[in-house]
Design a protein around this ligand. Structure first.
Ligand SMILES: Nc1ncnc2c1ncn2[C@@H]1O[C@H](COP(=O)(O)OP(=O)(O)OP(=O)(O)O)[C@@H](O)[C@H]1O
Ligand SMILES: [Mg+2]
Length: 308
């Protein structure tokens, strides 16, 4: 299927109407406001709970014969920060990457169950993967700026989408949004590789938000950073919250407690029919509950450092 997002498309139309239909995803306007128009997930909304962005239903993920995740059901809500925590190898990255189909290119990858994005099956046959990546941005553990100028890094995705009009303003807005503008505004033409690690990570966040995605997925974005740069990234998350729905994987318990509204604890557990423990979701609740009064003893042991 063609993406419909090549540069021949209208410059000021990030989500061409044709793509909306092809992709089977809701329009940007629907994303922004509607609940009734968002399918099953929106219809289930009640009280003051924000709209459901992702509804993961009984997800299992396999790499070849190996099962990496079993039976994960959870809902991620609009404008919130959701943290995924748990021991190494329990499938946090695997789950995060499944939310924007980043695993599709991994040989042997297979997913069972359903992930609804605004009520639409993100693995549906009519869904355009390019469109998925446009709406659901990702920032990796290790900053990965392109060997290009600071400006060109941030301008890269807008240019790819044909969003050339007002490009300088867009780049400035993204850099301001990522709290990096003041540090780089006088050297936009310099190589991004000359930035510090913390600056590079904020640049990668600016690059991700330059096309104004709906969701930001962050896989341990501060794990390689010092406490000051980590603080900057956490402040940034707070400032982006509300505008974006954020899902963050972190090994830093204090960080999860500081930034997340909701926290999901994953761990390895026995699963029927499997000889070895498999990654699964143990508990998902408000962050204050997960850290203050978890229901499952395994969560309690983990968050109090008694794990293992
Ligand atoms: N590309 C891959 N091919 C095969 N197996 C994989 C692949 N990626 C991950 N796995 C396996 O899936 C399981 C979950 O890995 P994953 O990277 O999702 O864990 P994680 O919770 O993110 O761990 P960490 O905290 O160390 O980053 C592990 O057993 C891992 O070896
Ligand atoms: Mg990981």
């Amino acid at each position: 299927m063609t993406s419909g997002l090549d540069s021949s498309q209208g410059q000021n139309q990030p989500v061409p109407a044709r793509v909306r239909i092809q992709s089977g995803l809701p329009s940007a306007e629907q994303n922004g406001t509607a609940t009734a128009a968002t399918g099953a997930a929106g219809a289930e909304q009640h009280g003051f709970a924000p709209e459901v962005v992702f509804d993961s239903q009984d997800i299992s993920i396999f790499y070849g014969a190996k099962r990496a995740l079993a039976g994960v059901s959870l809902r991620i809500r609009r404008g919130q920060i959701t943290a995924l925590i748990g021991p190494s190898g329990c499938g946090k990255t695997t789950f995060l990457r499944s939310l924007n189909r980043m695993n599709d290119s991994v040989p042997g990858f297979r997913i069972d169950g359903q992930i609804l994005y605004h009520g639409h099956d993100i693995y549906g046959s009519n869904v355009d993967q390019v469109e998925v990546r446009r709406r659901i941005g990702m920032v990796f553990q290790k900053p990965n700026p392109f060997p290009k100028s600071i400006f060109d890094n941030v301008a890269w995705a807008p240019r790819n989408l044909g969003l050339k009009k007002g490009l300088h303003d867009r780049v400035e807005k993204a850099l301001r949004g990522a709290a990096l503008w003041d540090e780089v505004k006088d050297r936009l033409k310099d190589s991004a590789l000359g930035l510090s690690g913390g600056q590079q990570q904020r640049l990668c966040i600016a690059r991700a938000i330059a096309i104004e995605p709906d969701v930001l997925l962050l896989d341990e974005p501060a794990s390689a950073l010092d406490p000051i740069a980590t603080g900057a990234i956490e402040d940034l998350m707070h400032s982006l919250k509300g505008r974006f729905t954020i899902v963050i994987v972190t090994h830093n318990m204090q960080q999860a407690a500081r930034v997340a509204d909701r926290t999901a604890f994953f761990s390895l557990a026995s699963v029927e029919g499997e000889p070895k423990p498999i990654g699964t979701l143990i508990e998902f609740d408000d962050t204050t509950t997960i850290f203050g009064a978890p229901r499952d003893p395994r969560t309690r042991d983990y968050v109090t450092g008694r794990f293992g």
